[in-house]
Design a protein. Sequence first.
Length: 342
Amino acid sequence: MTASSDARFLRACRGETVDAVPVWFMRQAGRSLPEYLAVRERHPILEICRTPELVAQVTTQPVDRLGVDAAILFSDIVVPIQAMGIDLDIRPGIGPVIDKPIRNAQDVDRLRPLEPHEDVPFVLEAIRGLVTDLDVPLIGFGGAPFTLASYLIEGGPSRSFARTKRLMYSDPATWHKLMDRLAESVLSFLRAQAEAGAQALQLFDSWVGALSPEDFDALVAPAVQRILGGLADLGIPRIYFGVNTGPLLDRIAALDPDVVGIDWRVPLDKARTRVGPDVTLQGNLDPAVCLAPWPVVEERAWEVLRAGAGHRHIFNLGHGVLPETDPDVLEKLVETVHSWRP
Ligand code: CP3
């Protein structure tokens, strides 16, 4: 059964009244669920991503077990990058690793513009199947240009983003060319996901908080703007998320997303004053809180709910579920959020 456009997750995205605060968890599929780990024992992660039946199975697992209000497509932000001609692997416990990183203008030319129907048909097929079966909305997603560029340039995860920033500061023309190429491909990828039936879209700019507000404005915001603006006519919620974005929140709100993800570093009431009344906030329990005894988790969840005030709030973690999380805690969290009243 396809989810209704009246589902509480979608209502909250649009700022309409809800019967209970909706909740889902970033990285809810994968990581801690035993039924996912069982699939993972038999298939490498990128193989799961390329097989629509497996994508459908692991996307649905957290919905069935946890009772969350939305499903997120099982995939990874580097799936379209691989389809654009870049050799890469996802290593357990590390993340994406790229053989020949992008370091100059010629390297940028190795990135073919993405043609979603030819390059990632399996993603679109998985979405078409999922939306007919799921009874909660399906969130499609993509990585945002800065975060994708950081993997492409560093060749793997990074703390300082030194190589990324070196390129950004020393060769702005190449940097902008890379941002443009990524923005164009991510935009067509997300549009194709919406056409296949995704009912909301999340842009993961996980590492954008590494930038100063001025650099965000000059070097990254135009590419994000191009994506968010290019999705506006679809009429489905557009979610923008990054960690450490406290100092960027007013700038992010100015890019006009429907929903802004907030990590645990900024309480939701303070975030609200920085983004204004017309955007929905998504977050922001510290994922590490889920490792504490249940009374602590419950108290911290209530704090988040009170700061969100039950309006224009989607409960989530401030970043992805940690691998050591007990799924029973997530299940109880969903019940706690649903039973809370402002
Ligand atoms: O429920 C879901 O959210 C699953 C779908 C999903 C995955 N990756 C599968 C995955 C999503 C939405 C992502 C997004 C993603 N991937 C982001 C943005 C979100 C964020 O957490 O900031 C980023 C930065 C990546 C890149 C990536 N992929 C990293 C850093 C890692 C390794 C660290 C880790 O364990 O998460 C991956 C691997 C990956 N992608 C796993 C999963 C379930 C790990 C488990 C496995 O190997 O099976």
